[in-house]
Design a protein around this ligand. Sequence first.
Ligand code: AVI
Length: 321
Amino acid sequence: LDLGNTESQSQTLEEQTPGFRDDVIRGLSKREKELHCKYLYDEKGSQLFDQICELPEYYPTRTEASIMQQNADAIGHRIGNDAVLVEYGSGSSTKTRLLLDHLDDQRAYLPVDISDEHLMRTADQLRSDYPGLDIHPIVADFTAGFDLPDEFETTPVTVYFPGSTIGNLRTDLAVDLLSEIAKQCHSGGGLLIGFDLDKCPDRLVAAYDDAAGVTAKFNLNLLSRINRELDGDFDLDQFKHVAIYSEEHSRIEIYIESQTDQIVTVGDAEFSFSEGERILTEHSHKYSIDQFESMAAQAGFAMDECWTDDENLFAVMHLSL
Ligand code: AVI
């Protein structure tokens, strides 16, 4: 797959993932407009997400990294030496390096990501930094299910799912995904997963509506992507980024809000927006350790050990079947 972002490459993208057009048309036709958060991660979106991870307000990335660093030996011990490592949503594999540095380097590492270019660049970088590691990048939307290469069918698998990406799924879909992960772990191994802990709403909202406006750019980039790839005419100045915390669902909700009454076209389709009308683009669920443990139990997983930070901002959990 070539997921580049020049005009001609975008056409290739559209031919290869016609789901994008259908999903956008369907999502914008709903009474409560929505766009799937996986579409935030084109090449530009992935770069902006990397910038989000460096923001002072966005604590999850650095907190998870420090939990991994401080507990690397214990985590390495839990994973053991025989399992291949399959990483869901690997992105730049930054946290993986903390793991790889504490594991023997003769194993296989299978990074799975939807953003092809980003994935291949990261894989090349890892190949030169970890010459003993057998690296098999897999371009896939892990929320839609995917098969591991045949050669790994009978090997114990540890799925590494960092970054609290599980929080971007609705709770019932999170259980479904954990059940799929459980199938991949059938030959032994386990799951090492990072998730964001519920906390004071002010801290949460600041993390998703940063002062430098990077999260706003990340969110609005989805409209640029629609303009470029699906022949849309969104005027980005007429929309704004909104992040709110829902107490009821213990989650951050991210929207793109129309600043005026307007009509937007995407290809042949027309969509009308009233002032203040929102498009939902992302949920980011926050859990307690107990809540997460019982959600994972529904997928057949039992918690082995859980690590957190001094402020109880974030948790990293190891589970097995
Ligand atoms: C990828 N995911 C875990 C991020 C989150 O925190 O929910 C996505 C994100 N959206 C805005 N900022 C970060």
